[in-house]
Design a protein around this ligand. Structure first.
Ligand code: BDP
Length: 593
């Protein structure tokens, strides 16, 4: 699905701002013709959970409603009109006046509806968006709604971040020509000094396709016609980590000599490959430095914020991070565009997190929500369908981003139990079928070492999350070092594939210090990361290190977390802990070499 853009033939209206807001308490199951009866307003984009003082809103399980009036620009008389929701977490429904126009499941990917026949250029309509935060054993991510003693409902889930909900990203009103460019797919290659840009255009309607490739100065360096083809760029500027270069592929639909639609796509000419134990970008070995991140800030929760976007990338640059993983769900498209523009490498992950009863199941069970049988048994067919949809929609959204060098189809799923291989094999096949150009991986959990994991054989790259020195060998860094090295050598021996440590880290209270190896202190975090780095430097197929986490983040309350997960190298408000300085010294050295 193409990102909405303003072009010579398309216009765009951001619907961000304050919307009327109401929590659905059943009484609100009114016909949608009715304006919401509410005093509350909520900003879009933002999670709604941390905005209000009322705990019932924070802990609400089920639907909430956002509503506003929208005036269709009067110049859009001959255009198709679309509503596009960048994210409704986890389920969204859209009404135009009293008509349902769209439904979507999956909280971190966009959806749209053509509402042309329901609205009039120059006139107003009422736009209502319902958002449901419930997670069930069949959703991605999964969860269980449990009923408490007093009859109220509570949401349990197996993943370690707060179940923020709402309209987390922009809502757009977009115009699109009747005959239009429906999709563009770009794949690049390098042939000596020449860049190769293969493209395919899907049109809605009849027209001819014309494409031209512009360099950063706006000069056309190649052009051709036809719905699919290949462009060659002599002496091409490559897209490189830390040194991005973006061409623009301008696609035109032409009818009778008239350009009826124009749509530009940023193109970074680069290649990605796995070669034995190495990860290659543009044919050169690449070593990932960086983090697993979260979309998480105070008050706005998972609401996208451009100030944090810019600041986070500044900090990535400062610390010498050349990459991050979109743990544990697809991030806002603004983030992906920014990574393209600034040469940051991304491992792009689906929202398949918490597919592991063996980690979180205990907590869910304690609260009385053991989940339904399929999920309790492992992985059900309904979940697999949802998982496939996530993979399809993620690749459809992000396939043209040069920053994306690998797809991660799940984080720390159960890969120990029988049947997990048959669950995952088709998912890997699907991702490869949709995108044969990028490696596909999943992130392996500590309880599935090389001789136990049934799924690593399908992955192009081994992505491992390890917590030696924390959950295992806590406080005993010498033993942690020995165990870590032993395990990594085991993987190397068994698979010989490139390995990335996609999580390693220690909870740390900023300002807490000790001269001893004391977990939770700033010194312990830095020292523990050092242990890992010593081991990485000794294991040849280690091609990357992404610390858990970039910044402290909110989790559900519970017995293991005090105001969230504190494994951030930065605090939640982005102040460096001691480890940040140590990482900076190491990573700036690595990326300069
Ligand atoms: C891993 C998860 C991550 C958690 C982390 C932790 O992938 O989401 O936040 O552990 O415990 O299991 O800090």
């Amino acid at each position: 699905m193409l990102t909405p853009k303003v072009t010579a033939t398309r216009e765009l209206l951001s619907l961000d701002g304050l919307w009327s807001f109401a929590v659905d308490d059943d009484a609100l199951h009114t016909p949608w013709a009715a304006p919401l009866q509410t005093e509350l307003q909520a900003p879009v984009p933002a999670s709604y959970n941390d905005l209000f003082i009322d705990q019932k809103i924070r802990d609400h399980v089920g639907w909430v409603w956002y509503q506003r009036t929208v005036r269709v620009p009067r110049g859009w008389r001959d255009e198709r009109v679309l509503v596009r929701v960048d994210a409704a977490t986890h389920r969204g429904v859209v009404y135009v006046d009293d008509r349902l126009v769209a439904e979507h499941e999956g909280g971190y990917l966009p959806f749209e509806a053509d509402i042309t026949d329901l609205v009039t250029a120059g006139a107003e309509f009422r736009l209502t968006i319902g958002v449901d935060n419930r997670l069930t054993p069949d959703t991605i991510p999964p969860g269980t709604v449990v009923t408490r003693q007093d009859g109220s409902q509570a949401q349990t889930y197996m993943h370690d971040f707060y179940n923020y909900a709402g309209l987390h990203r922009t809502v757009w009103l977009a115009s699109r020509p009747r005959v239009h460019v429906d999709d563009v797919t770009v794949v690049t290659d390098i042939d000596g000094e020449t860049g190769v840009v293969d493209y395919r255009v899907d049109l809605d309607g009849d027209a001819e396709v014309r494409v031209r490739l512009l360099d950063e100065d706006g000069r056309a360096v190649a052009s051709t016609t036809g719905a699919a083809g290949s462009l060659r760029v002599e002496a091409a500027h490559l897209w490189k980590p830390g040194a991005a270069y973006l061409y623009s592929l301008v696609v035109e639909a032409v009818d009778g000599g008239v350009v009826v639609d124009e749509y530009p796509v940023n193109v970074g000419i680069r290649t990605v490959a796995v070669d034995g134990g190495r990860f290659l970008i543009n044919g050169e070995p690449f070593h990932f430095t960086g983090f697993g991140k979260h979309e998480d800030t105070a008050v706005r929760g998972k609401g996208h914020d451009n100030a944090y976007l810019v600041h986070d990338f500044q900090l990535l640059d400062w610390i010498g991070a050349n990459s991050f993983r979109t743990s544990h769900y697809p991030y806002a498209e603004e983030v992906m565009d920014f990574a393209d523009r600034h040469g940051i490498v991304v491992i792009d992950e689906t929202a398949a997190v918490g597919l592991n009863k063996k980690i979180g199941g205990g907590i869910a069970d304690m609260l009385g929500g053991a989940g339904d049988k399929d999920f309790a048994d492992g992985f059900g067919p309904k979940m697999q369908e949802a998982h496939k949809r996530e993979i399809r929609e993620l690749i459809a959204r992000d396939k043209n981003h040069p920053c994306v060098v690998m797809w991660s189809i799940a984080n720390e799923p159960d890969t120990m139990s029988e049947g997990t291989d048959t669950y995952f094999e088709p998912l890997f096949a699907l991702a490869r079928d949709l995108d044969p150009t990028r490696p596909v991986t999943f992130v392996n959990v500590m309880m599935a070492p090389p001789n136990v994991c049934r799924v690593s054989k399908f992955a192009d790259v081994l992505c491992l999350n390890r917590y030696y020195g924390w959950y295992v060998d806590g406080g005993d860094l010498a033993t942690a070092e020995a165990h870590l090295e032993q395990e990594l050598r085991g993987w190397e021996q068994m698979y010989g594939k490139p390995m990335i440590m996609t999580e390693y880290g220690a909870d740390t209270i900023a300002g807490y210090h000790s001269v001893w190896d004391q977990p939770w202190t700033e010194e312990y975090q830095a020292k523990m990361l050092d242990v890992y780095h010593r081991v990485f430097d000794r294991v040849e197929t280690m091609v990357g290190e992404q610390v858990w986490n970039f910044a402290d983040f909110q989790t559900s309350s519970g017995f293991f977390r005090v105001d969230g997960n504190k494994k951030g190298v930065f605090t939640r408000d982005r102040k460096p802990k001691a480890a940040a300085h140590a990482l900076r010294a190491r990573w700036t050295r690595i990326i300069e070499n």
